[in-house]
Design a protein around this ligand. Structure first.
Ligand SMILES: Cc1cc2nc3c(=O)[nH]c(=O)nc-3n(C[C@H](O)[C@H](O)[C@H](O)COP(=O)(O)O)c2cc1C
Length: 255
């Protein structure tokens, strides 16, 4: 007997089967693409580390550039000391932050990250066997979500060598200008610490003519005051006592 293709049960059955097939295909695609996405995400991070370090070459071999120039070490954030017990190939600062054995909730939280890990990975640019710059992972809340980036500091522990953001949720043309290389380049050479060794970077509408004050200032992002406030808080937090301050002090004392 021929099926009644207009019956409710037939339509429902076709709809259910079609949904299941589509759901399976989407799931399979997501599962099979995940390793490729992970590789690309890791590559994008390395590219941003090289950019912050000032040694990225367009079209260059990112893996080779990274392996030839960058040494990854783990540090204990509160003391700034090297932490040889951390496996740098698997450590994930964001995951560790929320693990009560590996991180803690922040009482003072200007970058609005909630939690911080006890350890961090630090990328050292080594030239002729000497650490010349350190590239520090930073993160903080913008207007729409957490911004992830890298801040490169000179071995003097005081001078900015680069800033990049590789993941964020800010609006294209507004807050997303944090990823604009021209704006990022304006950070190079800035001196974030004041006379009391407190980080005081500020994003301003007009940069002071006083070079000492200008050393703490970068142009605010047009039409993106809230993202700019987030960047300011993020950089100052990570350069401070709760962030990489102790590590940078140690680095400077080895000069
Ligand atoms: C659709 C939309 C997207 C926006 N995206 C951002 C953003 O990414 N970052 C930001 O700081 N402000 C963003 N704003 C603007 C803020 O709401 C706010 O007006 C702005 O931060 C004030 O900055 P201004 O004083 O420089 O104009 C957005 C506004 C709209 C309507």
């Amino acid at each position: 007997m021929a099926k009644n293709k207009e019956s409710t049960s037939f339509v429902v059955t076709v709809a259910v089967v079609l949904s299941l097939v589509c759901a399976t295909l989407v799931s399979l695609a997501a599962i099979s693409l995940k390793p490729i996405q992970d590789v690309n995400a890791a590559k994008e991070k390395k590219k941003n580390i090289l950019m912050a370090a000032g040694i990225y070459q367009e079209g260059g071999d990112i893996e080779a550039l990274f392996n030839d120039n960058i040494e990854v070490i783990a540090i204990e954030i509160p003391s700034g000391a090297a932490a040889s017990d951390i496996d740098v190939s698997t450590f994930d600062a964001v995951k560790a932050a929320k693990d009560p054995n590996k991180g803690q909730a922040l009482a003072h939280d200007p970058a609005k990250i909630g939690y911080i890990a006890n350890h961090a990975l630090v990328y050292q640019l080594v030239e002729a066997g000497r650490v010349e710059k350190v590239i520090l992972p930073i993160r903080g809340y913008g207007l729409w979500g957490t911004m992830f980036g890298f801040l490169a500091m000179n071995k003097d522990g005081k001078t900015v060598e680069g800033l990049t953001f590789y993941e964020h949720k800010e609006t294209p043309g507004l807050g997303a200008e944090i990823a604009n290389p021209d704006w990022q380049a304006t950070w190079v050479g800035k001196q974030p610490y004041d006379a009391n060794n407190i980080p005081k970077m500020s994003l301003v509408k007009s940069i002071s003519s006083d070079p000492i004050v200008a050393g703490h200032q970068v142009d605010t992002l047009a039409g993106a005051t809230l993202t700019s406030r987030g960047v300011e808080a993020t950089v100052n937090f990570w350069l401070g006592e709760q962030g990489y301050g102790p590590y940078l002090n140690q680095l400077a004392s080895q000069e």
